[in-house]
Design a protein around this ligand. Structure first.
Ligand code: SAM
Length: 122
């Protein structure tokens, strides 16, 4: 079993030039707390989460680029679930965008999905 087997394929994505307000709206609309951020040419540029929006409000930051995380930890479709769990633990995160060889976002893998897997197997 690899990332490809369990990832969510319908991932909402936002552009780097999006406003923080629009990013928040996209989160609410899609019931999602993690949004991969992409460049104009469609490659992954970072990630913004509900935590970052809280930070923007508390520190009065206005630009998406000031609050998103640029150093995004990603997964690839052929990666093992074990490897994803290691990344989640190491970086204290709960979701990873899944990217193809061209760095295009093709899905998301989250700790929620991984927890569901465990309950299914036992
Ligand atoms: N340490 C805090 C805590 O325990 O509440 C924050 C948790 S987590 C480290 C929050 C940060 O992780 C956010 O700034 C978010 O952008 C970042 N983050 C979430 N998913 C990420 C990922 N896949 N790669 C890199 N950073 C990520």
């Amino acid at each position: 079993i690899t990332v490809n087997d369990v990832m969510e394929e319908t991932t909402p994505i936002i552009n780097k030039k999006t406003s923080i307000k629009q990013a928040s709206k996209t989160m609410m609309k899609n019931n999602s707390t993690h949004l991969p951020v992409i460049t104009q040419n469609g490659k992954i540029a970072g990630i913004i989460t509900a935590w970052d929006i809280a930070k923007a409000v508390s520190e009065d930051l206005k630009e998406l680029e000031d609050v998103m995380t640029n150093n995004v930890v990603t997964a690839n479709p052929n990666e093992s679930i074990r490897s994803v769990i290691n990344k989640i633990k190491k970086h204290n995160i709960s979701a990873l965008p899944v990217v193809d060889k061209k760095q295009k976002v093709i899905g998301t893998i989250s700790s929620d999905v991984i927890s569901q897997l465990i309950t299914k197997d036992t």
